[in-house]
Design a protein around this ligand. Structure first.
Ligand SMILES: Cc1cc2nc3c(=O)[nH]c(=O)nc-3n(C[C@H](O)[C@H](O)[C@H](O)COP(=O)(O)O)c2cc1C
Length: 384
């Protein structure tokens, strides 16, 4: 069972259990043959904060049950189970061969367990399902209150890269319809082929996902304190996703070797509005959104539960042993993109709530409109 709460969402945001079901179904897209995500089914329930399809201003709480749970209710019981009953459970077998690339060994060392079960159940990326559900609440608030939309798309799996074309929000349905959520059909076909041959070879894959966010007003986040910087908050949110090992904002690493004269986004007045001729910064300057499209990339390492089993040790014998193996995804890059959308939505929503406040959706819209009027009056309106 997963549970989660999101605070600060104003009253009158339309939200239904169906929205959450659809968001969770998107997390399973691209899971591929034999994937772990393909057989775990989510049973989602809104347990508070929403009445008759609208938020009421109190925290929104969500619960996701997993259809796999009943099989584990004895082994993972909160109350002690008779050791004889436990001994008869194949699922209760001690996992003493920690998997490299997982929380297994460090968790056993830290929490003093002789086996990995109490660690790996909590460390499992299964928890990202609740992030996706909470992210959907944030997404609805952003869309209905501020007109913000966002999507993710896979730009690389293994060594195969998509053509460098950027989708618009209208392309979301096409991206979701693609088996690996890639916007380039030719690259997608090669990625799918690579996943098949990698599955057959008993190995796993990682990749890169881009997140694009449209309609973000300038001034979310702040330069005044490290913890309030929007780039820092987005980076923390994204890198907190299991297996994400790199986050890039705008042109990121590509900017390092370029000259300053070619690395930034010149400003021009165009019909009384300030426009940028490029968006290398990816929509964030000085720790604040600058009104341009926010552009983020995340790098996912290959799934660490490798079917051909990595070399490890057996804590019970003190000798070498292949790492414990359990059913696992081969490539979770498309799913990680959906989780990244959720994390980005949660961070942007938190920053928007800070800036615009509001007890009701109407209050939020009025505050956003007031900000537009102020920027216009000051001659500082931009792309937003
Ligand atoms: C959506 C998603 C699905 C994942 N599925 C698996 C999986 O089936 N098997 C696995 O070994 N790792 C999977 N991972 C990655 C591990 O959870 C992660 O590598 C592990 O918890 C160690 O954390 P770290 O890689 O951040 O150090 C998945 C990650 C995500 C985001």
């Amino acid at each position: 069972m997963l549970t989660g709460i999101i605070e600060g969402i104003p009253a009158h945001v339309r939200l239904s259990t169906d929205d959450l079901r659809q968001a969770l179904a998107r997390r399973r897209l691209g899971a591929g043959r034999g994937a772990r995500m393909g057989f775990e089914q989510d049973q989602v329930r809104i347990t508070g904060g929403v009445v008759q399809g609208e938020t009421i201003g109190s925290p929104v709480s969500i619960e996701i049950a997993n259809t796999e749970w009943p099989k584990w209710s004895t082994v993972m019981s909160a109350d002690p189970i008779d050791p004889e009953v436990l001994a008869g459970q194949a699922r209760g077998e001690a996992l003493t061969r920690p998997r490299p690339g997982h929380a297994d060994l460090a968790g056993m060392q830290k929490y003093d367990f002789g086996e990995a079960r109490p660690i790996l159940e909590r460390a499992s990326a299964r928890e990202t399902a609740i992030r996706v559900a909470l992210g959907e609440v944030a997404r609805q608030y952003l869309r209905q209150g501020l007109g913000i939309s966002l999507l993710s798309h896979v730009v690389a799996i293994g060594g195969i890269e998509a053509a460098p074309t950027s989708p618009s929000f209208e392309n979301l349905a096409a991206i979701d319809a693609d088996p690996v959520r890639c916007f380039d059909p030719q690259a997608s076909a090669r990625m799918q082929e690579l996943i098949t041959t990698t599955t057959d070879g008993g190995d796993t894959l990682g990749g890169v996902v881009e997140v694009l966010i449209w309609g973000v007003p300038p001034g979310l986040g702040s330069h005044i304190a490290a913890a309030r910087r929007l780039d820092a908050r987005l980076a923390a949110g994204l890198i907190s996703i299991p297996a994400i090992k790199g986050v890039e904002i705008g042109d990121g690493f590509e900017l390092a070797p370029s000259l300053g004269s070619a690395a930034h986004d010149p400003m021009v007045f165009d019909g009384g509005r300030i426009r940028r001729t490029t968006n290398r910064a990816g929509g964030i300057e000085g720790g604040m959104s600058n009104g341009e499209v926010i552009r983020l990339r995340i790098a996912m390492k290959p799934i660490p539960t490798v079917p051909q089993a990595l070399a490890s040790v057996d804590i019970s014998t003190g000798g070498p042993a292949p790492a414990h193996h359990q059913r696992s995804d081969i490539c979770a890059v498309p799913a990680a993109g959906v989780v990244a959308e959720a994390m980005a939505a949660l961070v942007i929503a938190e920053a928007a709530i800070e800036k615009f406040g509001g007890d009701t959706l109407g209050d939020v819209r009025a505050a956003v409109q007031g900000y537009r009027v102020r920027l216009d009056a000051a001659g500082m309106a931009g792309s937003w």
